[in-house]
Every structure is written in C-alpha cells, then in structure tokens.
Design a binder for this molecule. Structure first.
Ligand SMILES: Cc1cc2nc3c(=O)[nH]c(=O)nc-3n(C[C@H](O)[C@H](O)[C@H](O)COP(=O)(O)OP(=O)(O)OC[C@H]3O[C@@H](n4cnc5c(N)ncnc54)[C@H](O)[C@@H]3O)c2cc1C
Ligand code: SF4
Length: 587
C-alpha cells in the first residue's frame, strides 16, 4: 500500500530538459511544484569537475551517466514476425538518467525544424502529388506552425546561449548563415564558435561545388554568457569531451548550467530524486488524473497527489508511462488502430571518412556541436521529383572530439593489431576525419512502441517493445545524401576516402543517435494523436506531455532538442495563460 503525501499543484515526472523548464515556469507562476526524478541529483561542481570529467573510459565507454538496463530497458525487434528480446546493454541509443537527463551529456547541436516540416504531408502532397508517398507512410502535419513556435525557439536558444549565425532575420537572408532556415526574430545570442581546419577545408570544398556552408548552431558557449534567468555560463575551451560527458567548465547548456540555479531558489519547488514514477493515477471516471505513484530506492511506494501531471520522462519513457497508466488507446501495429505508441521514428545517419595528405587537423580540439554544415539537401530544400524518395538531412564536418580510446583511424588494409597498426594510428590520427549526414526518419504503420507480452521489469511491469526498421524511402535518401557528400569530399582531394550510406536492417547495437521520436504524437485529431496542439492529453485533460520528442509526428532531418525546448515553453504558456484560468480541454 502506497504512503500518501500532501497534495501539490503540479507533479513533474523527470527533471531533464523539459522537466526543468516546466518546473521553473510553474514555480514562477506561484504554483506548488514537485519534480520526481528516477536518477540521482547531479551538480556541475561536484559531479563533473574538470579534474575527472574528461575520463573517456568511465563516461564514454562505460557510460557512467546513462540509464542502466537493469534499472529499465526495452525489448527490440525489426518487425512483427520476429520475437522481441530485451536490450541488455544500451548502445544503439543512450537514454539519460538523473537530474539534467540527457541534457547533461548531449552535444549541444541546436536546430530548428523547417517551416515546411510542420506541414509535411500537405506540403509534399501539394508539390509531388499523393502518389509520391508510400501507402504505409503515416506522416502527418503538426498541429502547430513554424510561425507559432518561432518565439518559443527564440526563448529556448536564449536560455541556452546558443552560438551561431542567423541565415534569415525577419525574412531577409543573411550572408554567412543558413539560407534555408525559417525566419528568426533575432540572431543567435552568441556568435559562432571558432572552426578547426577540417571544417574550414570542408567549407571551401562545399563552396567550390556550389553549396552554402555555415557554422553549426551550438549550445556550447563561444563567449561567456548570462541567460535571461540570470544564470552565468563560461566560455567553451574546445576540450572535446562533450557528448557523453558533463561539462566541468559551465560552457555547455544543460538544465544544470541554464535552469537549476534559478529554479532551486523557489521555496515552492522541491525535487524528489532516486524515485521512479510507476503510474499516473486516475479517478473513477478515468478522465482526470489524481497524481502519480512512485517507488524509491528502498522499494517503498509513495502516492503524490497533484492537480496537474506533467510527463517529462524523455520520449521513450513518456510513451511507456502513458501505456502503463492506461491513458489513450494503445496502438496496434497489425490494424493501425489506436494511438499510444504510434509513429515511432528515429534518425537516418551516414558518413564519409577521409584521409588527407600532409595535413595537421588537430581533431582533439573540438566541441559537441561545432563544425561547418550545408543544408542544401534537407527536408524539401531540393527538388525530389524523380528521385524516388522524400525527406533529407543536413551534412558536414562536425568535430566532436577525437578522443584517444575511440578514435583510431587507419588506412584500408592496415592489420587490426600489432606494430603495423600502432604505426598507422600514429601516422593517420592527425590527417583523418569524418563527414556525416543527419537525415529524417518518417513514420510508418509497422514502426511502433507497445507493451511487451513476455518480458517484465524489476517491479513486475511489462517492458516496452520497440518494433522498428529503416524503410526503402529512408535508405534511398541516405544513398542520395551520402553520394552528394562524397562529391564534396572528392573536392578536398583526399588520399583515401570511404562513403558509407545507411544500410538496413536497423541495428540496435550500433550507436546512431538518441533521437527517438513519436509514440505520444501531437495532432489536430484524437484519431491519430495522443495529445492536442498544447501537448495536452485528449483523454485526461490535466495530463500534459510538454515537449518530449514523443510528441513529434515524424522525425525531420535535424536534432530534436531545439524543438523539444520550444514546445516546453509553448506548453508552459498554454497552462499558465489558459488552463489555470479554466481547467479543462484546451481544444
Ligand atoms: C549522447 C547524446 C547526445 C545528444 N546530442 C544531442 C544534440 O546534439 N542535439 C539535440 O538536439 N539533441 C541531442 N540529444 C537529445 C537530447 O539530449 C534530448 O532531446 C533531450 O535531453 C530531451 O529532453 P527530455 O526532457 O525529453 O528528456 P531528458 O532530458 O532525458 O529528461 C528525462 C528525465 O526523466 C527521467 N525519467 C524517466 N523516466 C522516469 C520515471 N518513470 N520517473 C521519474 N523520472 C523519470 C530521466 O531519468 C531523465 O532525467 C542527445 C542525447 C544523447 C543521449
Ligand atoms: S567542449 Fe566546451 S562545452 Fe563541451 S565539455 Fe568541453 S568546455 Fe564544455
């Protein structure tokens, strides 16, 4: 029997990016707020001091900051004819765990989606005709437009102090920025990061071949910065220990460096860590949530009553919590009926590796998000007529840190061990680097999340089952994008080059991204969505999923977190300005 706690106005499940933004906004509005976080408390000074934050073995190889499968995992299969098996070691994607969530150990690549991404189905059907889309492709328009979200993108980028160069200021294309991006109301709050030699050489080759390179938008500080909450961030040292690491220099945006110092000052906010929410509780009508149940590390069960429940548990765990709580009709991949778990999507990446002659690239000087990029082949920025696919991605030379354990480039044919291998790694390290593509993953009837009929977690609850594979559309797109990237690479005159387009089947053991999307999709119609345009559950009006990537109807060619952050602010405004005045369905 759960022990009952005093009632709160708002309970937040998870204290990562979306949880900390919502907690700040709700506490500032005067509400009594508690956040319940599965993992431990984490502070920059005590958990990521520069003295040991850059331990590659501990953090990048042994994945010290991440979720452990014995705590929570999923089962996986490529298609419904296979038996799904539990993921026993996370490697294909790496969910966060602990205060800050995956915002602690992300790269900081901070991208807005394109205006046409938000009306994807209607735009593509209008331009190419209905027959251009495969019959089982379940992409749909977002219920919000780019214009509506623009002020919220701007707010998240200012919170983060994102470094970059605007390409479109209030409708006027700006030299040096991304000419394809949607309009911005203001430039990035910080100037672009400095670029290394590899990125500079890529940019020269891209220009020579008729493309428009620009610096990648990065939530790694090019200069010291104070954000609108009054929190100070330091300048990035280009240490190269960004992705998979906490930043000891207070230079990478995260809940720790951007929100928590301001949030913790509110006496009406508290955080309960090392506690996993197991269920959202509903009243006897099933249409109103009464709070949540959670279990602490001693196995003690607690009931936290609350008037509003905000599900901020990262996209995969948002979906599982909705399924376990019986909110919304579970999706059935065989019939296409139901909504919770529908339209799971991912990201389609590929690469071209190069070795240049007589170049000292210093690849260890890096941040998680700098580099030079082109956006000419993203979304519908290029004519897809006759290409046999839709979608696209950005591509370029990102330099995220050539750390000594994981970065051992050698020429083709080098022995895999021994003196010859050692000699080749020493000779090649300085002159090798990778170009990459980062492409869309559209949604399909047979890609989804549901509860596994066989496997259970340590608390006896069904694990969530992922059914996912790349479709022909995405593989054709990857082949096309990789071929374009290889053309630019050739213009750099490499002594050796290898292009590796994405091939199926999807392999859950090879790291690609942690950009898992869909499952609690937002939409204009309850028949094909779990939440409405304000990220509010259609079925239980005091439950919101405020901005986790689970609300994306499909995944576009960019990293998700700028859109996740924008939607968090968008939902916070809807709750503060509308829901609190008149609690009930907002649509
Ligand atoms: C290695 C890596 C690199 C990345 N790089 C980029 C990048 O460069 N650009 C980009 O746009 N995105 C990137 N991402 C993705 C980015 O980190 C996420 O989009 C973002 O953190 C999502 O925010 P969120 O609030 O939805 O989830 P999170 O920030 O992960 O927070 C969710 C929190 O909920 C907690 N939680 C989960 N279940 C429960 C439960 N049942 N009870 C209580 N608490 C729970 C978790 O422990 C976690 O702390 C990266 C991710 C990873 C892992
Ligand atoms: S590269 Fe910059 S932002 Fe990343 S961890 Fe190092 S100092 Fe921090």
């Amino acid at each position: 029997m759960a022990r009952k706690l005093p009632r709160k106005d708002v309970v937040i499940v998870g204290l990562g990016w979306t949880g900390s933004i919502l907690a700040y906004e709700m506490a500032k509005a005067g509400l009594d707020v508690v956040a319940i976080e599965r993992g431990p408390w984490r502070d920059t000074a005590t958990d990521f001091p520069p003295a040991y934050a850059q331990d590659e073995l501990r953090y990048a190889v042994r994945l010290d900051l991440f979720l452990r499968p014995q705590q929570d995992t999923l089962t996986f299969r490529n298609n419904a004819s296979q038996s799904a098996l539990p993921i026993r070691s996370f490697s294909g994607f790496l969910p966060g765990n602990g205060v800050g969530g995956a915002g602690v150990h992300w790269n900081g690549q901070t991208w807005r989606f394109l205006p046409t991404d938000f009306k994807l189905r209607s735009h593509l059907e209008e331009r190419y005709g209905k027959d251009a889309l495969p019959g089982d492709m379940t992409i749909q328009d977002w219920p919000v437009s780019y214009d509506e979200l623009e002020p919220y993108y701007d707010r998240f980028e200012k919170l983060c102090g994102t470094s970059g160069k605007a390409g479109n200021l209030k409708g006027t294309v700006q030299p040096g920025g991304n000419p394809f991006e949607g309009w911005r109301s203001s430039d990035y709050p910080n100037p672009p990061l400095k670029q290394g030699l590899a990125a500079t050489l890529f940019a020269e080759a891209a220009r020579k071949t008729g493309h428009t390179p620009f610096p990648q938008p990065a939530s790694n500080m090019s200069e010291a910065y104070t954000n609108p909450l009054g929190v100070k961030l330091g300048q990035c040292t280009y240490c190269g220990f960004c992705e998979r690491f906490g930043c000891g220099n207070y230079a990478k945006s995260s809940p720790q460096t951007c929100v928590l110092p301001a949030l913790m000052r509110f006496p009406n906010f508290s955080a309960q860590t090392d506690s996993e929410v197991t269920k959202i509780n509903l009243d006897s009508t099933g249409k109103r949530a009464t709070g949540v149940t959670y279990v602490d590390t001693s196995g003690v069960e607690w009931e936290q009553p609350a008037d509003i429940v905000l599900v901020c548990a990262f996209s995969l765990f948002n979906v599982r919590l909705m399924l376990l709580s019986g909110i919304g009709k579970p999706y059935d991949g065989a019939t296409g009926q139901g909504v919770v778990g529908r339209n799971y999507a991912y990201q389609t990446t590929s690469g071209v590796s190069l070795i240049l002659k007589d170049k000292i690239l210093n690849p260890f000087i890096a941040t998680g998000a700098h580099g030079m990029i082109i956006d000419d082949y993203n979304g519908d920025n290029f004519d897809h007529s006759g290409l046999g696919f839709v979608g696209g991605g950005y591509m370029g030379a990102g330099q995220t840190g050539a750390r000594p354990i994981s970065t051992r480039p050698v020429p083709e044919g080098t022995p895999k061990w021994g003196a010859a291998w050692k000699k080749a790694t020493a000779e090649t390290y300085q002159s090798a680097f990778n170009l990459s593509t980062h492409g869309s993953s559209y949604s399909y009837q047979d890609c989804y999340l549901d509860l596994d009929p066989t496997y259970k977690d340590r608390l006896g609850r069904p694990l969530m089952r992922m059914t996912f594979d790349f479709h022909d559309n995405e593989l054709k797109m990857s082949a096309y994008l990789t071929a374009r990237l290889a053309e630019i690479a050739r213009a750099m005159d490499p002594v050796e080059m290898k292009a590796s387009p994405r091939k199926g089947p999807y392999n859950v053991n090879i790291y690609q991204t942690t950009h898992n999307t869909g499952g609690t999709v937002m939409g204009a119609d309850p028949a094909n969505s779990v939440v409405n345009r304000y990220c509010q559950s259609w079925d239980v009006h005091n439950v919101f999923v405020p901005g986790g990537a689970s609300v994306f109807p499909q995944n576009h060619g960019y990293n998700p977190t700028d859109t996740v952050g924008a939607l968090a602010y968008w939902t916070a405004d809807a709750i503060k300005n509308r829901y609190l005045k008149n609690p009930g369905p907002l649509v």
